[in-house]
Structure formats: structure tokens, C-alpha cells
Design a protein around this ligand. Structure first.
Ligand code: PAF
Length: 285
């Protein structure tokens, strides 16, 4: 496995990779969820997997956790080596953004809801860095987790609308045994906060089990947790996030803050014919 930090070394190492190449973009602090993305890349037919590790300043607003975001490159490299990754690209901020940022990628309306409503500019930052990573690594395939479902949806729109010719693979969310979705930010949670954080996955699973009123079922679980779980949004949408719910497939998405840690999660929901879109209103804090 080759580890590179500058553009010239990346270009040389990339040129040596033949066959189908997959990119797994990450911000490091790797956990089992990230490693599952590497395995998904191989399952999708990649002969070589490139993993990028870069905490992207463009997707953090002032006051968010850019400075404190967990970073452990040595541990990440060790984990990736045991997964048979071919190339790791771990640039500095200066390598990634050698100029003042002048041009960014502007996502469509799906970026204005859910995460985008709470974190304005977040998806501009994500799509901009992902575009740069696509250009720098020229992958055939790129893998993103369903845990960040809105991000995955917008990246699919990016490659379709801007003709990237890259296959986007969505990988299922990896959860701890008790249901908590794996996230690098789980490291911020104390033991009692982690217990409260389980409310999100419990709410989603209760919602998915109620095919008539998923939002109502999920909302009850959140309410029962009390004020310590500060709800940002709980919404039931179409699977592409762009249309009102129609048909029997939907996505239930939640964001909440526990302590000072903002957590997100989502689940697929199959609706019964008795479901009506107005059986429960959208739930916001
Ligand atoms: O999902 C993430 O970790 C980041 O948003 C990504 C895709 C690596 C872009 O910085």
C-alpha cells in the first residue's frame, strides 16, 4: 500500500494502478463503517481501492468541530493496510486548496432541506471537495455510505448532472450491536450520552416497523427520550429526497443533538396502502 500526501506522488501512484479503480473518500478517524466501504468497493468489482483522508474545511461552518474533529493518520493507515487498499491520499489543506477558494460546486434544491437547512453551505463544501478528489484520482467507481443519505443522493446528482462517468455505489450503514450507527463523531459521546444517542436508531426502527404511520411511531420514541435529545428534524421523504412521498418506498431521516454532538441517521421504509402522507406532519424541533 502506498501512502501519498502531494499531487505529484498521487499522479505517479495512480498511473501505476491498472484495471478498475475505486475511490473511497473519507475524513479519516476510520471505523468499521469506513472499512465496509472499502469492502463494498471490492464487491463492486474494483481491482484497486484508493482511500482519501482529508478533513475538508469547506464543509465546516464557523463554530463547528473542524479543529477538534478526530484525526489519527497512523491508525487509519494501519487499518487500511489490513483491508488490502492500494493507495492512500492524505493531503494537507495547502495541497488540496493551493489557492484562495474562488469556484465551488453549487448543488441543487435537495441541498436546501434536512442537513442543508441546518448547515447552509455544507453540501457546497462536500460537492466541491468530492469533485476535486474525482479529478485527482480519476476513479471508475466511488463508494459513499448510506449513513450520510442526503450526501449520497447529492453525489449521485453531481455525477449525473455534470457527466462524471463514475459509478456511485451506496453502502449500507454499519451499526453497533445495539443499533447506534457508526460515526467518527460517536467518539465525542460520554457513556450516558451514548445511551441517549441510541434514541435515533430506536426511533428509526420503530418508524420502519409502522408501515401506516412511520413518522408518528418514530416521533413518539424521540419525545419519550425527553429534552436531552434535542431534535433538529425527523422527516419522511421520497427515496430521492426530491418529491413528496408517493408509492410504497420512503426514507425516514433524523438529526438530533446529544450534549454538544450532532448526530444523523436514516432508514428505508416500506409503506402500506393505508399510509397517507398527511397521517403525521413533518416533525421539527
Ligand atoms: O462523508 C464524508 O466523510 C465527507 O463528507 C467526504 C465525502 C469525505 C467529503 O469530505
Amino acid at each position: 500500500m502506498t501512502v501519498v500526501t502531494d499531487r505529484a506522488s498521487l499522479a505517479t501512484a495512480r498511473a501505476a494502478l491498472t484495471g478498475t479503480v475505486a475511490l473511497v473518500p473519507t475524513m479519516g478517524a476510520l471505523h468499521e463503517g469506513h472499512l465496509s466501504l472499502v469492502r463494498s468497493a471490492k464487491a463492486a468489482g474494483a481491482d484497486h481501492v484508493i482511500v482519501s483522508i482529508f478533513v475538508n474545511p469547506l464543509q465546516f461552518a464557523p463554530g463547528e468541530d473542524f479543529e477538534t474533529y478526530p484525526r489519527d493518520l497512523d491508525a487509519d493507515v494501519t487499518a487500511l493496510r489490513s483491508e488490502g487498499v492500494s493507495l492512500v491520499f492524505a493531503p494537507t489543506r495547502e495541497v488540496m486548496y493551493p489557492h484562495r477558494v474562488r469556484v465551488t460546486v453549487s448543488p441543487g434544491p435537495v441541498a436546501g432541506i434536512l442537513e442543508g437547512a441546518s448547515r447552509p453551505g455544507f453540501f457546497d463544501g462536500v460537492l466541491t471537495v468530492v469533485t476535486k478528489l474525482f479529478h485527482l484520482t480519476t476513479p471508475d467507481i466511488a463508494v459513499f455510505g448510506e449513513k450520510d443519505y442526503q450526501q449520497l443522493t447529492l453525489i449521485r446528482q453531481l455525477v449525473t448532472d455534470l457527466d462524471f462517468g463514475i459509478d456511485i455505489v451506496g453502502a449500507p450503514t454499519v451499526r453497533d450491536a445495539d443499533g447506534l450507527a457508526k460515526s467518527s463523531r460517536n467518539a465525542y459521546l460520554s457513556t450516558p450520552q451514548r445511551e441517549l444517542a441510541l434514541t435515533l436508531s430506536r426511533a428509526l426502527h420503530a418508524g420502519a416497523a409502522d408501515t401506516v404511520d412511520p413518522l408518528g411511531a418514530a416521533s413518539t420514541v424521540i419525545s419519550d427520550a425527553g429534552d436531552a435529545v434535542e431534535l433538529d428534524y425527523l422527516e419522511l421523504t421520497s427515496p430521492d429526497l426530491g418529491e413528496p412521498v408517493a408509492g410504497d418506498q420512503a426514507r425516514l431521516l433524523v438529526a438530533a443533538t446529544v450534549g454538544s454532538t450532532r448526530l444523523i441517521d436514516n432508514i428505508a421504509v416500506t409503506l402500506s396502502p393505508e399510509f397517507t402522507a398527511h397521517s403525521s406532519p413533518r416533525v421539527h424541533s
